[in-house]
Design a protein around this ligand. Sequence first.
Ligand SMILES: [Zn+2]
Length: 136
Amino acid sequence: MIKIKKAEYEKILHHAESYLPYEACGLIAGEISGKDKLVKKAYLLTNAARSERSFSLDPKEQFAAARDMRSMGLILLGCWHSHPNAPAYPSKEDKRLAYDRDISYIILSLENMAKPQLNSFKISGEELLMEQISII
Ligand SMILES: [Zn+2]
């Protein structure tokens, strides 16, 4: 189960909304205890692809985020991105670009703005494993 602090979820949501019509993206960091991951900090990055259908993390910002995680004693848990017009499931492109089978890929769908949908997956090639996610 992935637990994400409410304030961090809201940061992600606001960033994704302000990034419309493009996909927004970023990283999540925190700690692992047993089978649970606790997201303590969400990083809001630039979508270098500036696209409505894909995202690409800015390498410089990724590096800065990794440095910040180290300084705070947090570990990288995954990355997140938004789907402005699609459900919260990985696209073909998302699967193709998933580079790390150990991290979580969180997708926030704004397809229904009144009811944002948040899902998390582990992605290994074509295989998807949905993870339980809860906002705490
Ligand atoms: Zn996607």
